[in-house]
Design a binder for this molecule. Structure first.
Ligand SMILES: [Cu+2]
Length: 696
C-alpha cells in the first residue's frame, strides 16, 4: 500500500469519534460492533452549508454532513417539529434531468433535501422537502394512512432492549433454561404484511424478533437459535405486545465460532502477495467525479440504496459517449421457504425496509480493498436528527483481471496479449447476520459489471434430536439453515449514446429441418423489439441463450447497425414462492427478471416507496399495468437477479462468498475491439529502462 486518499468531505465540521449505536447496544450488554464504527458531529447544528465552496461541486453530489444538518435546522425552525419526530432518512432530491444537462461547472444549482420522518406520538410517517439554497421548507406532508417508513437503525437497539425487559419474554427464556438475558441476541425482523395479522397488530408499527443465545459475550449466537419464540414489538410504544411460543426445542449442542480468538491455529504457507502501484493509481477523482481509462462517472450514495453511479460515459474519438444516467441496486427481498408458523414471515426487504446504505461498513485498508485506494464517506442522519458519517464507506481501486485479449500467429510466431484491469467501486453492508458486498466494475473494453457478494452468517433454526429438516439443510448437529433466495433489483437508467433508446430481446433459435436446413445444423440469433411495458416483462432463458439489447435507434455505426449495449444475465432463478403468496404482493418485481419503463423520476424503487408493512401492490407491477410505450424513449431497465441459497455445511459458521450479478457489454457501440490500443504488458517498464538503462 503506497498511498491512501480519503475524501472526508466534511468541510468545517468538527468530528468526534464515538460509536453511533454504541449507547443503546452497551445498555443491552453488547459493545459496539466494528461495522457500526461511525462518527457523530456535535457541531452539525452550528454548521452552515457551503454548497458551492467546492470547485468540483455538482448538482448530483450526495448531501454533505453540513447540508444534512442545515436541512434539519431549517425544518425544526420553520415547522416547530417536536421531540416526537424521528428522522428516517435525508437524501438529495436529485434535480430534474433537464437541469443536469444544462448545468455547466461553476453555475449555481438546486440543492434540495428529501426527508422521511416519523412522528412517534401520532404514529404517522411524513415526507418533507427542504430547499437548502432558499433555506425554506417546500412541503411537509403526512404519509397516507397505512404507509410505514423504513425501520430506523436505532429502532433495532431499542427493540432489543424492550424485548429483554418483557416479563413474558423472560418467562419464555426460563422455560428454556436460559438464565442470563444478557447473552440473548434479539434479531428484529420486519413484520411484513400477510393478511393473517391478528386484531391487536393492525395499524401498529411492528417488528417480529427472533432470538438466539450466546454461550459467552463473543460467542456466535446463531449456533443456538432460541427456536419457537417470537416477540412481537410495537415500535412506537417500544414494548412487547405479545410473545408467541411455538414450543420448546433444545438448543443445538455445538458452538460455531469464526472470530480469531477461537481459531488458534492459522494455516501456514501464505507468503506476502503485494499489489504495488509505484506511480499511483490510474484513476483521478475530482469531487465525486471519477475518470479512469476512457470511463467517467460520478459516485453517489443514498441511505436507502447505498452506492449509486451517475452519468457514466465512455470517451471515444473525442466524444463523451453516455451509457448510463444512473445505476443502483434499488431493492431486494429474501424469501425463506419454511412454512412454519413462526417462520413464514421471514422475507426481508433489506433495501426498502432497512435502508442498506445506513448499514454500510467502514472499510478497512489491506482488508476490504487492496492497492492504492480512494475512499468516500457517507454522511447520513440518525433517528434523533444527528448527523452521523460512516467513514470510508465506499472504496475505489484498480484490480488486475488477467487476460483481456490474446493471439499467437503460429505461422509467424508473433504473439500479442493485453492484460485486463478493472476499476472497482464498492461498499459492504451488514444486515444482521448477513453481509452484502455491492461491486461495480469498469473494464477497458467498454464492459460494466455489477456483482453482489453474499457472505456472513446464515439465519438458523434448531432441530430436535434426530429430526431431519424438511425445508432446509442440517449444517451442524441439530442446527438447520432454511432454504431461501436472495432476490435483487437493479435500476438502470439507460442512455446508450443519447437519451432515446429501445430494447430488443435476442434469442438463439434452432431451425427445424427442412429445405432451408437440410443438414440440421442451422441456428441463428433473432432480435425482437419490446415495444411496450407489458411486452418487456421477461425472464432469463438458458435454452435460448437469451440476452437483451439496449439500442439507440437514432445512432448507427459504420455498418448501419444501431449502436447498443447488451444486458447479459449471470446466475438467476425464478421466485420459488407461489405467485399469489402474500410476500409477492409487495415483491411483485420478482415475478420477472426484466422490466422496462419509460423514465419517470417518481418511479424509483422496484417495490414502491414504502414496502415496510405495506398491504398493497406497488412498484413495477403497478406502474407497468399502464403498458406505456418504451420504443425510442428515455428508458429505465430493471434487472432482477436471484441467488437460490440451498445451504451447505461449508457455509457454516461463516459463509464463503457466493456471487451473482450481470454485465452491460457494448454491442456495435464501437467500431471494433475498443481495447486494441492498450499498451503491451511491460511496455512502460521497458520505456523506463530506455530512459534509465542503468536500472535493473
Ligand atoms: Cu443466503
Amino acid at each position: 500500500m503506497l498511498g491512501t486518499h480519503r475524501d472526508h468531505n466534511l468541510g468545517d465540521l468538527s468530528i468526534s469519534r464515538r460509536g453511533f449505536l454504541g449507547g443503546s447496544l452497551k445498555a443491552a450488554g453488547i459493545s459496539a460492533l466494528p461495522y457500526m464504527k461511525a462518527d457523530r458531529s456535535e457541531a452539525a447544528d452550528r454548521s452552515r452549508a457551503k454548497t458551492n465552496s467546492n470547485s468540483h461541486a455538482h448538482p448530483l453530489d450526495p448531501l454533505t454532513g453540513q447540508e444534512i444538518a442545515l436541512a434539519i435546522q431549517i425544518l425544526r425552525k420553520e415547522r416547530q417539529i417536536g421531540d416526537s419526530f424521528r428522522f428516517v432518512s435525508i437524501t438529495l432530491a436529485e434535480p430534474p434531468r433537464s437541469a443536469i444537462r444544462k448545468y455547466r461547472p461553476g453555475q449555481p444549482f438546486q440543492r434540495q433535501a428529501f426527508l422521511v420522518l416519523m412522528d412517534v406520538a401520532k404514529g404517522a410517517g411524513h415526507e418533507a422537502m427542504v430547499d437548502l439554497n432558499l433555506r425554506t421548507v417546500l412541503r411537509l406532508d403526512p404519509l397516507p394512512q397505512g404507509l410505514q417508513p423504513a425501520i430506523m437503525l436505532d429502532e433495532f437497539g431499542k427493540c432489543e432492549e424492550a424485548v429483554k425487559r418483557s416479563a413474558e419474554f423472560l418467562g419464555a427464556l426460563k422455560k428454556r433454561g436460559v438464565t442470563d438475558v444478557n447473552l440473548v441476541m434479539v434479531e428484529p425482523w420486519s413484520a411484513g404484511y400477510y393478511g393473517t395479522e391478528v386484531a391487536e397488530d393492525r395499524g401498529r408499527r411492528l417488528m417480529r424478533a427472533l432470538c438466539f443465545v450466546r454461550s459467552e459475550p463473543s460467542d456466535n449466537g446463531y449456533a443456538r437459535p432460541l427456536d419457537g419464540v417470537v416477540a412481537v414489538v410495537d415500535l412506537h410504544k417500544m414494548e412487547v405486545i405479545r410473545v408467541e411460543d411455538y414450543g420448546v426445542v433444545p438448543l443445538p449442542p455445538e458452538s460455531g465460532n469464526w472470530a480469531r480468538q477461537y481459531l488458534p491455529k492459522a494455516r501456514q504457507g501464505s507468503k506476502p502477495l503485494k499489489i504495488v502501484q509505484p506511480e499511483g493509481p490510474s484513476f483521478t477523482v475530482k469531487g465525486r467525479e471519477v475518470s479512469w481509462q476512457q470511463w467517467k462517472f460520478r459516485v453517489g450514495f443514498t441511505p436507502r440504496e447505498g452506492l449509486v453511479l451517475h452519468m457514466v460515459t465512455y470517451h471515444d474519438n473525442d466524444a463523451e459517449r453516455p451509457v448510463l444516467e444512473r445505476a443502483a441496486v434499488c431493492e431486494m427481498v429474501v424469501p425463506y421457504g419454511d412454512p412454519g408458523e413462526q417462520y413464514y414471515r421471514k422475507n426481508a426487504f433489506d433495501i426498502g425496509e432497512y435502508g442498506i446504505g445506513t448499514l454500510a461498513n467502514s472499510l478497512a485498508l489491506e482488508q476490504d480493498c487492496i492497492g492504492t485506494v480512494r475512499y468516500f464517506d457517507a454522511p447520513m442522519v440518525d433517528g434523533r436528527g444527528r448527523v452521523v458519517t460512516i467513514k470510508d464507506a465506499i472504496c475505489l481501486h484498480e484490480e488486475d483481471f488477467g487476460m483481456l485479449w490474446k493471439h499467437t500467429d503460429w505461422r509467424t510466431n508473433q504473439s500479442e496479449l493485453r492484460r485486463s484491469r478493472r476499476l472497482a467501486v464498492s461498499f459492504v453492508a451488514t444486515v444482521g447476520n448477513y453481509e452484502y458486498g455491492f461491486y461495480w466494475y469498469f473494464y477497458q473494453d467498454g464492459t460494466i459489471q455489477c456483482e453482489v457478494k453474499l457472505t456472513g452468517i446464515m439465519n438458523t433454526t434448531a432441530l430436535k434430536p434426530g429430526q431431519r429438516p424438511e425445508f432446509g439443510v442440517e449444517i451442524a448437529p441439530q442446527l438447520n439453515a432454511p432454504f431461501h433466495e436472495h432476490i435483487f433489483a437493479a435500476r438502470l437508467d439507460m442512455s446508450v449514446d443519447g437519451p432515446q433508446n429501445s430494447v430488443y430481446e435476442v434469442n438463439t433459435v434452432s431451425l427445424p429441418r427442412g429445405p432451408s436446413n437440410p443438414h440440421g445444423n442451422a441456428f441463428r440469433a433473432e432480435a425482437t423489439l419490446l415495444a411496450t411495458e407489458q411486452e418487456a416483462r421477461r425472464s432469463v432463458n438458458a435454452s435460448s441463450a437469451r440476452f437483451w439489447q439496449v439500442v439507440n435507434p437514432n445512432r448507427k455505426n459504420r455498418l448501419g447497425q444501431p449502436v447498443s449495449y447488451r444486458l447479459i444475465s449471470g446466475e438467476n432463478c425464478p421466485p420459488f414462492v407461489q405467485p399469489d403468496a402474500a410476500v409477492m404482493r409487495r415483491a411483485g418485481f420478482a415475478l420477472h427478471h426484466l422490466w422496462v419503463t419509460p423514465y419517470n423520476p417518481e418511479e424509483r424503487y422496484a417495490a414502491g416507496d414504502y414496502p415496510n408493512q405495506n398491504p398493497g401492490t406497488d412498484g413495477l407491477p403497478r406502474w407497468t399495468a399502464a403498458n406505456r410505450s418504451i420504443e425510442n424513449a428515455e428508458l429505465v431497465l430493471w434487472y432482477v437477479f436471484a441467488h437460490n441459497h440451498v445451504p451447505r455445511p461449508e457455509d457454516w459458521p461463516v459463509m464463503p462468498v457466493a456471487s451473482l450479478g450481470f454485465m452491460l457489454r457494448p454491442d456495435g457501440f464501437f467500431m471494433r475491439n475498443p481495447a486494441l490500443d492498450l499498451p503491451a504488458p511491460g511496455l512502460s517498464q521497458e520505456k523506463r529502462q530506455q530512459k534509465h538503462p542503468h536500472r535493473a
